[in-house]
Design a protein around this ligand. Sequence first.
Ligand SMILES: Nc1ncnc2c1ncn2[C@@H]1O[C@H](COP(=O)(O)OP(=O)(O)OP(=O)(O)O)[C@@H](O)[C@H]1O
Length: 579
Amino acid sequence: MRRLFRYIRGYEKETVIAPLFKMLEACFELLVPIVMATIIDEGIKNSDVPLIWRQCGLLVLLAVVGMVCSLTAQYFAAKSALGFGTALRRDLFAHIDTLSYTELDHIGTPTLVTRMTSDVNQVQNGLNMTLRLLLRCPFIVIGAIVMAFTISPRLTLWFLLITAVISLIIYLIMRATVPVYHKSQSALDRVTLLTRENYVGARVVRAFSRQEDEMADFAATNDRLRDFQLAAGRISALMNPLTYLVVNLGVIAVLWYGGREVDTGTLTQGEITALINYLSQILLNLLRVADLVIVATRAIASALRVTEVLNTTCTMPAPATAELEGDAAASAVAFDRVGFTYSGAGAPSLEDITLHAAPGQTIGVIGGTGSGKTTLIDLIPRFYDATVGQVSLFGHNVREYSFAQLRRLIGIVPQKAVLFTGTIRDNMRWAKPDATDEEIWTALEIAQAADFVRAKPGGLDAPVETAGRNFSGGQRQRLTIARALVPMPRILILDDSASALDYATDAALRAAIKEKTHGMTVFIVSQRAASVQRADQILVLDDGKTAGLGTHAQLLKGCEVYREICLSQLSKEEVSRTL
Ligand SMILES: Nc1ncnc2c1ncn2[C@@H]1O[C@H](COP(=O)(O)OP(=O)(O)OP(=O)(O)O)[C@@H](O)[C@H]1O
């Protein structure tokens, strides 16, 4: 948590000035009951109208100066808190970007979103309120007790008793509510998770007519959040009636005993009024402390959640600058007895995979769903690190490359075609910001996307809406392939990225990649036999293990799993024609 303090850097002045001005405001506030006492004891008692006017003028002056101090404090507190929040959010965003898939899988996206937004806001608000109230409220409470002591040491005992009882009430209520606030924050996480899943998967939810189930699930989670908040609210609602009751009893005691002292002449009426004013100030400020405790507790809980992310370090360190020369004689990509188990998973997702892809070769990876195809190719760009064995590129262990060089060497087209808001040209320049139009058109031609881009009004300047929703699934896939091709990487990975294309376009795409990307090593992951059958080598995966490795003809003869896949997709004649 302490590491969060460094985000105040640059705002130290504001962080000190804000509480100081609040203390100054408190000083003026503490003077008000004394002025009131003077008005009563001297002005009203002696019918001294000029004195009353003078003292009233003083009251106005105290109010104005107090307000100026308060506004100044609010300004500096807000400036400090906003600066803190902005720096924290920026760092958190940058830090999350450095985490590997393993950490992201572990923390989870919905909670990261809540931590980036709601939690940082809570910490920011907590800081703002702390700067304003942390010193001011105790100062007023102690100051009011001291002022009361100067008026009547005996009646001050009542003050101490009342302050102690109110503090106890506040403490007990806080103790009951704070754990509920923690639970409500977790419930909020779950609400965010469901909201995100439903909006991202809106079409699927509708396609499966799952709206009612999803609504019921959401309603239950939302109700839980409401119940926690209601529970906390119900307990907190006791705060005001109980504390006001105690203060009113205190006022009665002060009037009762103070009244007697007025009769004996040891106290004046003005002093009694001042004492009652100080009692009200104590109550109001203790209540503010209670608010502060609630906000600060939430802020601390949020700060811990934020710190947890900041303390999560990337388990995949990479040399920052190493620029490696490839070994011309080595395989472009080599898997040597590679195994991989996801963190927290019981069983390995890949076991004992050995594969050597020479530069310029096309490698097909085929297998049933969940057989480990995506996991395998995720090891090449180091989305995950092999837990057993070694993955090498051009003769060097992938771990020796800087991430920057790895990303330059490898073009990846993930299973899910994701585009970003902007223009087609913006999206095409993701991997190569200075790509020329000619380079972009070449990539679009290879990806079989040039025709529909040309047909769009504006061509490369045609807009891409959020997540590319103004393109069909197949168009999105072709644009993501083109995006990966623009910098002409030495290794291209297509992870089932032509699944939405018709067979003819898929075939044209593969032919164009073969013809126009000379020297590029291409991994084609697919569940379609037709997509991989012309590959130089085909790796057949079955439940994370190698079921076969070879050419289409070799595998048809020697690999039962591959033969079954082919026969389930192609007719016997087609299969024998491909031999
Ligand atoms: N992030 C993850 N955490 C834990 N297990 C995972 C994770 N991703 C995948 N798995 C598991 O690893 C295995 C292989 O999954 P993978 O996604 O590599 O299969 P695939 O062959 O690409 O499947 P598909 O063709 O359906 O995309 C599966 O059993 C899957 O449940």
